[in-house]
Design a protein around this ligand. Structure first.
Ligand SMILES: Cc1cc2nc3c(=O)[nH]c(=O)nc-3n(C[C@H](O)[C@H](O)[C@H](O)COP(=O)(O)OP(=O)(O)OC[C@H]3O[C@@H](n4cnc5c(N)ncnc54)[C@H](O)[C@@H]3O)c2cc1C
Length: 561
């Protein structure tokens, strides 16, 4: 039975950074991932990572931009920590081997990103996530004596002792289907987001909210769940992302009349206003009939010199050609807002501690909250690394004096039964994929850029019906080896839980702030709603409570770009 000081569930940037920190602090570490670690979704991150590293820039300016971007819902103590630590983290990555872009003078070069008052995004062409993920993975190898990698293992349940402390997890080896109890003195969730609860989404098939739902199911508090980011530039239909780096390099947004419509909505920052503002502007143009017949507006990347596009945006040149049949160096490409990121997640403090003793969370699964109502582009990679490291360090410190928990191996029996029941489900019921499709389309229709009471009520009704159908959803594969059907059936339950909490929180917040725009409550109401909505599981359903927003030095102001 594997036993480690620190168990890390998830091997994207947050998980790998946490693993390195815990190993460097002397802990024994297990890091598990349902896919090979370098296929974790962080690999898709394109545009870059923010830090105020240039001598003319300051961490205070980065922090202020982040607070303003969050529509004042971000916790300013956490934002200060993140922005102060950013320059050292970039240098640490550089020294570890990340080949950040260098400018003509040989210095680290930056590109502009939305909502930022300085160009402070460090990048590797448009494969920044892939580059960092591979470098961290190499670094993990150095610690092979104390760090065990469990690749293609799936965590199904978190374990608690009699006092409610998290003492590890039950995991299934995907290669042969066998289950193991993983004992751990502390457990860090680094499972990433929940984008697959929407359709389309920029997120890959593996991003199914497992960590959020598993923590919720054992009583952890979630926070800011209503805040779901729609990215302004995604391909209609398949949801593929055209990185914000394109606008950072100078691309324009145009409506079907050829007007640069952002002049109306954000006269100072134009295309580089924050994402919630740009997505709403696009959706307004589309809804008011100034979009194209396919429900899109255009992104004109021909404004960027062709040589620069081919050098710095080569992935989206490929995406445009392969998935839209468009040469982005020669003509505009049609785009629309699409689900991209979830600002909410498992509530943590600045050390990554959740409300369950022994359980930490970091990265997109967590809500510290540094993004509040709206995340600035290129702040997520930073969040994964800073709070991944901090969680790893804190968990390692905590475990030093704790005895190793010893959950009996028989604890897997319930999970064994659960999986056996899924495999034995009779054919003929509605399939997992069909339920997932209805969920995703419902969320995209009613819980998107614009929301109102009646749409949210419809969404909740559908989710609750799907929750009743889910336990019978049929699968085809009845084997043990790499049975992805079983995994999809389990993930469907996680996505339904996450979707329910998103909708319940969106119903509760009767104002518009950041990514939550209620057409029936269009104003921001600081007096009543400058607070976090927390959600925890009570019996069968979500229960709401509130927690205060931490304000250190930036009082709420009207938000203009
Ligand atoms: C297309 C795209 C482009 C982006 N570009 C940028 C950018 O340029 N800059 C930026 O700052 N942000 C960007 N983002 C956001 C950013 O990439 C993500 O928020 C971030 O990488 C999430 O990292 P993570 O470590 O939290 O999770 P992930 O990288 O998603 O990793 C999750 C890990 O958890 C594992 N896992 C999940 N569930 C289980 C389970 N049940 N059992 C075992 N393992 C499990 C997975 O296998 C994986 O290893 C982008 C996002 C997308 C979708």
């Amino acid at each position: 039975m594997p036993s480690h000081d620190v168990l890390i569930i998830g091997a994207g940037l947050a998980g790998q950074r946490a693993a390195l920190a815990a190993a460097e602090a002397g802990s024994t570490v297990a890091i598990i991932s349902k896919v090979h670690p370098v296929r974790s979704h962080s690999v898709a991150a394109a545009g870059g990572i923010n830090a105020a590293l240039n001598p003319e820039d300051t961490w205070e300016s980065h922090a202020y931009d982040t607070v303003k971007g969050s529509d004042y819902l971000g916790d300013q103590d956490a934002i200060e920590i993140m922005c102060r630590s950013a320059p050292d983290e970039i240098l640490w990555l550089e020294h570890a081997g990340v080949t950040f872009h260098r400018n003509d003078t040989g210095h680290l070069g930056t590109r502009a990103f939305g909502g930022a008052s300085a160009a402070r995004t460090y990048y590797v062409a448009d494969i920044t996530g892939q580059e960092i993920l591979h470098v961290l993975y190499e670094q993990l190898m150095k610690h092979h004596e104390q760090l065990d990698r469990y690749e293609e293992w799936f965590a199904t349940d978190l374990l608690q002792d009699d006092e409610g402390r998290c003492v590890g997890a039950i995991c299934r080896n995907l290669r042969d289907g066998h289950l193991e109890v993983f004992n751990a003195k502390s457990t860090i969730l680094a499972n990433g987001g929940a984008g697959q609860a929407y359709k389309p989404t920029t997120n890959g098939l593996i991003v199914t909210g497992d960590g959020i739902a598993q923590a919720y199911r054992i009583g952890a508090r979630l926070m800011d769940m209503e805040m779901v980011q729609y990215h302004p530039t995604t391909l209609a239909g398949n949801g593929l992302l055209i990185t914000e780096g394109a606008r950072g390099e100078g691309a324009w947004l145009l409506n079907a009349k050829g007007e640069r419509f952002m002049e109306k909505y954000a006269p100072n920052k134009l295309e580089l206003a924050s994402r919630d503002v740009v997505s709403r502007a696009e959706q307004t143009e589309i809804n008011e009939g100034r979009g194209f017949p396919d429900g899109t507006v255009a992104l004109d990347i021909t404004k960027v010199p062709k040589r620069r596009t081919l050098e710095a945006l080569r992935e989206i040149v490929n995406i445009g050609r392969d998935f839209a049949g468009v040469d982005i160096t020669a003509e505009p490409i049609h785009i629309k807002p699409g689900q991209h990121y979830i600002m909410g997640g498992v509530k943590t403090d600045v050390h990554g501690r959740t409300t369950i003793p022994g359980l930490y969370a970091a990265g997109e699964v967590a809500c510290v909250s540094v993004h509040g109502g709206n995340r600035l582009g290129a702040n997520s990679l930073l969040d994964t690394l800073i709070f991944g490291r901090r969680s790893g360090e804190h968990a390692a410190g905590l475990t030093r004096h704790l005895p190793m928990p010893k959950t009996p191996a028989s604890k897997v029996k319930d999970t064994e039964q659960w999986i056996a029941d899924i495999i034995r489900r009779p054919a003929g019921a509605r399939r997992v994929a069909a339920i997932k499709q209805e969920l995703g389309q419902t969320m995209n229709e009613h819980v998107a850029v614009f929301r109102d009471a009646s749409g949210l009520a419809k969404a909740l009704e559908v989710i609750r019906r799907l929750k009743q159908e889910e336990p019978n959803a049929s699968i085809d594969d009845r084997g043990a080896i790499f049975n992805q059907d079983v995994i999809s059936a389990i993930e469907l339950g996680y996505m339904l839980d996450v979707a329910e909490t998103i909708v319940v929180a969106a119903q509760e917040r009767k104002e518009s702030r950041g990514a939550q725009f209620r057409t029936d409550f269009p104003a921001r109401e600081d007096e009543q709603w400058l607070k976090h909505i927390d959600i925890s599981l009570n019996g069968d359903g979500p229960q709401i409570s509130y927690s205060p927003v931490t304000i250190t030095q930036w009082q709420p102001e009207e938000r203009k770009y």
